[in-house]
Design a protein around this ligand. Structure first.
Ligand SMILES: Nc1ncnc2c1ncn2[C@@H]1O[C@H](COP(=O)(O)OP(=O)(O)OP(=O)(O)O)[C@@H](O)[C@H]1O
Ligand SMILES: [Mg+2]
Length: 419
């Protein structure tokens, strides 16, 4: 049986193959082993995925872009339909379309069908709701079965990352794994060693798992609400004293998985009303323009790009000339920190709670292993490191550790294929 590990991420997806010579990531878009978790549906409902999907949207082709579809798992949106082309389809179907394409690309590379999968899952799809978490995992498993996997099981994403890290561990140690992704932040405390790596059963080595539904997309949202949405009328006054432009539109527009819900005739009619009553109607006019032209993802991508730029530069300028000639916003790195300090604090708080749940003290942690794109944010990284200051810092494969570790787990559970 050919088995794989599938890291269906909020922002990026990888698929690890369990070969006899060890795990490796499959090429999923050209030579790239990561594929953005994005779909573009054209007018006929035909779907493209990944960078190609984003490119079609950026080129202005007629259709719908969907991103952050994993965030829909565990939320009420999963039971909703979304307009693609002339019809509306459910989010299960959207996720199935994405995973089916990923599976078939990996199979094309292998020349054989992949029958078994270990699906990565966050420790918590949603916070403080066991039933919603169980439902989210059940939906993910169902979708995996729908796209043709005959054997389906799950593993926590940080545990998978631990198994990737364990390949380089030379002596027994206690490691804290931190996976800060696009949608969630996940932590595990695990006992690792070369001998244990060969064992079939690892349950006793997993000392604790913890997580929180905060990831890079939340940083995008807060940055957008803090710096870009005010240009479109967020927190700007209505003519009637004491009232602001209703904030709901801006929260949806700044949330990747909810943008398309704003593209309705009704919303546009409502906003014409709002514009008439707004003290600064020219701002609301920009919002109307973004929605009428369905450019919400353009704005979200610019917020994300600004965030990424500010993680290595002191300032960046968001060029909004497409929205209005000459419109631009300069953002300084400290502003990103200010808008998102609370998110970083809540992420770092899980470090301590995870270590406590393991029945250990921070001094017992030998290594701190970092993976996930949002560990590139300096203030997030600093907050995590400060929570476990004496641990040796180990850099993982930022975008590949979870997928590689899931392939290791797949080999354990389903057997590694002879090369
Ligand atoms: N250089 C960078 N600086 C800051 N953030 C970055 C950088 N590179 C990527 N990111 C962010 O990392 C996130 C994606 O990381 P990753 O691919 O690990 O997430 P994911 O696995 O798709 O999500 P999850 O595991 O939460 O489902 C995005 O929010 C992206 O903006
Ligand atoms: Mg991830």
């Amino acid at each position: 049986m050919i088995a794989c590990g599938l890291d269906f991420g909020t922002s990026n997806t990888t698929l690890g193959l369990a070969g006899a010579n060890g795990p490796r990531l499959a090429a999923l878009e050209g030579d790239a082993v990561t594929v953005p978790s994005a779909l573009f549906y054209d007018r006929d409902g035909h779907a493209e995925i990944g960078r190609a999907a984003i490119a079609r949207y950026v080129d202005g082709q007629d259709g719908r872009l969907l991103r952050s579809i994993k965030s829909v798992l565990g939320s009420a949106l999963i039971e909703e339909k979304t307009q693609v082309g002339r019809s509306a389809i459910g989010f299960r179907e959207v996720i199935a379309d994405f995973l089916r394409t990923v599976k078939s690309r990996a199979e094309a590379g292998e020349g054989r069908a992949i029958e078994a999968v270990v699906l990565g899952r966050p420790v918590f799809f949603v916070d403080n709701d066991a039933a919603a978490n169980a439902r989210a995992e059940a939906v993910l498993r169902e979708v995996a079965a729908t796209v043709g996997f005959r054997e389906v099981s799950c593993q926590f994403e940080p545990i998978a990352a631990a198994f990737d890290y364990e390949q380089q561990v030379r002596a027994e140690e206690i490691a804290l794994i931190a996976d800060i992704g696009g949608g969630t932040s996940d932590f595990s405390v695990v006992r690792l060693s070369p001998e244990r790596h060969r064992a079939a059963e690892r349950a006793a080595d997993i000392l604790a798992n913890d997580g929180v539904r905060i990831g890079g997309t939340d940083f995008d949202r807060h940055l957008s609400l803090g710096e870009l949405m005010p240009l479109l009328g967020y927190r700007s006054p209505m003519k009637r004293p004491g009232r602001d432009v209703p904030s709901g539109y801006f929260h949806e527009l700044a949330t990747w998985s909810r943008i398309n819900r704003l593209y309705t005739a009704r919303t546009l009619r409502e906003l014409q009303e709002v514009r008439r009553e707004a003290a600064e109607p020219e701002r609301v006019e920009r919002l109307i323009h973004v929605l009428a032209e369905q450019r919400g993802h353009t704005l979200a991508m610019q917020a994300e790009e600004a965030k990424i730029a500010l993680s290595s530069r002191p300032s960046t300028t968001v060029d909004l000339g497409w929205l209005e000639p000459g419109l631009a916003r300069e953002i300084l790195a400290p502003a990103l920190v200010t808008h998102t300090a609370e998110l970083a604090r809540r992420i770092a708080a899980r470090v301590e709670s995870c270590v406590r749940a393991a029945g250990l003290g921070l001094a017992d942690i030998d290594a701190l292993f970092l993976t996930g794109g949002s560990t590139r944010l300096p203030h997030v990284r600093a907050a995590i490191v400060a929570a476990a200051p004496q641990a040796r810092l180990v850099e993982g494969d930022t975008f590949g550790s979870v997928g590689t570790g899931l392939a290791i787990e797949a080999a354990r559970r389903y057997g590694a294929r002879a090369a």
